[in-house]
Design a protein around this ligand. Structure first.
Ligand code: GAP
Length: 605
């Protein structure tokens, strides 16, 4: 593969993606996908939807991208969604302090290091501003919250934030979603859509941006009861890089099937292992190079505030020489995170249960009714009423809720509950706390969440990096993209051999129309010589090209055309009659080009 600049240049020139609003000087971290890129991204999303929503029997929702502040107070993003920022005293440019330290010192996972130690590392390593060279020693490192804030409504309005992950738009709707699932665990909800992060230093094109697309699945499970259908992926082989190997000098990859990874405890959660296997299969299908893909477990200090365990899918996006060198050395190559697989436990739902007004639990019926102890309160309203006026009823409700959630809180002489952000202290004897024995038909259970979270833009970047080829055809240099037919922006290029023959053009146009009617994305092109037209399609990854020539026109009802394979440039003559079925089968991965060659008349050998 060529270097990153070649890929970025190709992406811009051929309409995959480019910095947005160029006419106004652009703004870092925002990209537009051109016609080729938008089609590639849409195909990746469709393939993801087919696997993670349809085949797994899940349901997709579409939530808003702006949500009010209390949602992010509950989710922990307001307090804990920070990166380390250091400003250059010379040019004023802001940098990610942890990235500067990692790049200059070889320290891994600097994000997990306390700020004073990062400041020390900056000073000791004599780090300078990458933009102007001014020393950064002595500069304060600060926590910078990555959420974009906005105001909802006119005037002072209500404070809101652009969602930093699509997940929260699923969690906040759980009280309704559980009803649609008829209170039956496990069930999965997916969402594909934009997320926003005010990244300190966006970099490498669409790899780190401020607006990007996530494809997320929130799998709600009963932690005591539910198991995934592990057998479906038990034999899928994974290249795993667990914490134990990362923390060992000359640590190695562990290549294990999903079954082995679970049996040996390399991946602790069976649900996480199940999704790693499903993801590996999906990556194979859409054309991620298996030699440049691995699953790396997060080190303890690296995990997000909500995760008890997390594995990242990482792809290697360095140079062409990388794949062989990479096979067994985890420290070689340039890796980016393209998806995360987290065990979020009960963190999110219990937080929203605590902060929101609805119940985020599901009701689980017992086989037989059971006698259980239940904590209750019977607040003395003759005390609460005069003391708290219009808020008294809400305080009573909050006491009831506290008794359900944390009965031990009533052990002391008084309890404090929060209503609309205000603390209210109530004497335990006024709350009238008691534990009574009742017969219950079931229990309210807080589901756990397992979350596969994919970055669509980084997946697109990976496909471009892994598909990029430079070779020679007929003595001429050629650039091509070996994209899987299922995700390639264009499935078939159709060309008349010459553009000044009406019969030939008419036949080519009708072939293109027939292929489009069969649901294939077709690019019709009659400009320039045929070699140039092949090169143009090769560069955007079109897997098949059809050329209509004089022999085609002379064939009448028995007309044949030449079909060319992008990667091998091999050709075959096929009948126009049935061409739509033949090419659809190849694009769907049901037939190989080699099998077309067996069925047709081979050209050029
Ligand atoms: N809900 C979990 C979550 O958001 P994450 O690891 O922060 O987890 C998931 O993000 C995926 O989103 C990442 O694996 C990555 O592919 C993508 N992503 C995160 N930040 C990004 C950014 N600034 N630009 C592009 N993609 C990003």
């Amino acid at each position: 593969m060529s270097d990153t600049d070649d890929l970025a240049e190709l992406a811009k020139r051929r309409g995959f993606y480019f910095g947005s609003a160029g006419a106004y000087g652009g703004v870092a971290g925002f990209y537009s996908f051109g016609p080729q890129g938008a089609a590639l991204k849409r195909n990746v999303e469709d393939a993801w939807r087919e696997t993670f929503t349809t085949r797994l029997g899940n349901h997709e929702i579409a939530g808003p991208t702006v949500m009010p502040e209390p949602v992010f107070e509950a989710s922990g993003h307001l307090d804990g969604f920070d990166d380390m920022l250091v400003d250059c005293p010379g040019c004023g440019e802001s940098h990610r302090a942890d990235h500067l330290v990692e790049d200059a010192t070889g320290v891994e996972d600097a994000e997990a290091i306390p700020i004073p130690e990062v400041e020390e590392l900056i000073a000791d390593s004599e780090l300078v501003c990458p933009s102007c060279g001014t020393s950064l020693a002595g500069q304060p490192v600060e926590e910078f919250n990555l959420m974009f804030e906005t105001t909802i409504g006119p005037g002072d309005g209500q404070s809101g934030y652009l969602r930093p992950e699509t997940a929260q738009a699923i969690f906040v709707e759980f009280p309704r979603l559980k009803q649609y699932a008829r209170n039956q665990l496990p069930f999965g909800i997916t969402q594909i859509g934009p997320a926003y992060r005010n990244e300190i230093s966006p970099r490498r094109g669409i790899v780190r941006t401020r607006e990007f697309t996530q494809a997320e699945l929130e799998q709600f499970v009963d932690p005591t009861d539910d198991d995934p259908p592990l057998a479906d992926v038990a034999d899928v082989e994974l290249r795993l890089y667990p914490t134990t190997e990362q923390e060992t000098v000359s640590g190695e990859y562990l290549v294990r099937t999903v079954r082995e990874a679970v049996a040996e405890g390399v991946v602790e959660s069976t649900w996480v292992a199940y999704f790693l296997g499903t993801a590996q299969r999906w990556y194979d299908r859409i054309g991620v190079d298996g030699r440049r893909l691995r699953f790396r477990q997060h080190l303890p200090g690296e995990r997000a505030h909500y995760a008890s365990d997390c594995w990242d899918a990482e792809s290697e996006i360095g140079g062409e020489a990388a794949p062989d060198r990479l096979s067994d050395d985890p420290t070689a190559g340039e890796w980016i995170e393209i998806a995360g697989f987290s065990d979020r436990g009960a963190y999110d739902l219990s937080k929203h249960d605590e902060y929101g007004d609805s119940e985020f639990t599901v009701f689980r019926q017992y086989d037989e009714p059971r006698e259980v102890d239940r904590a209750t309160v019977d607040p003395d309203m003759s005390v609460l009423g005069p003391k708290y006026g219009g808020d008294a009823a809400d305080v009573a409700d909050a006491l009831q809720e506290l008794a359900r959630r944390d009965p031990d809180a009533f052990d002391d002489g008084s309890v404090t509950v929060t209503v609309d952000g205000e603390p209210y202290e109530v004497a335990s004897e006024v709350a009238n706390f008691a534990v009574e024995t009742v017969t219950e038909a079931g229990e309210h259970l807080m589901p756990h969440v397992i979350e596969p979270s994919f970055g669509v833009d980084r997946t697109v970047y990976t496909l471009l990096a892994h598909g990029y080829r430079e070779d020679e055809v007929d003595g001429e240099p050629r650039t091509s993209l070996a994209l899987a037919a299922e995700v390639a922006p264009t499935a078939v290029g159709v060309f008349p051999l010459v553009s000044n023959d009406d019969d030939l053009v008419a036949l080519a146009e009708s072939v293109a129309a027939e292929l489009r009617a069969a649901g294939l994305d077709v690019a019709y092109d009659e400009s320039g010589n045929i070699g140039r037209r092949y090169r143009r399609q090769d560069e955007v990854g079109t897997p098949l090209c059809v050329t209509v020539d004089h022999e085609s026109v002379e064939g009448g009802r028995e007309a044949t055309v030449t079909v060319r394979d992008r990667d091998t440039t091999a050709q075959v003559r096929l009948s126009v009659d049935g061409l739509d079925d033949d090419l659809t089968a190849v694009v769907a991965g049901e037939r190989s080009f080699a099998s077309l060659r067996e069925a047709g008349v081979v050209v050029g050998e």
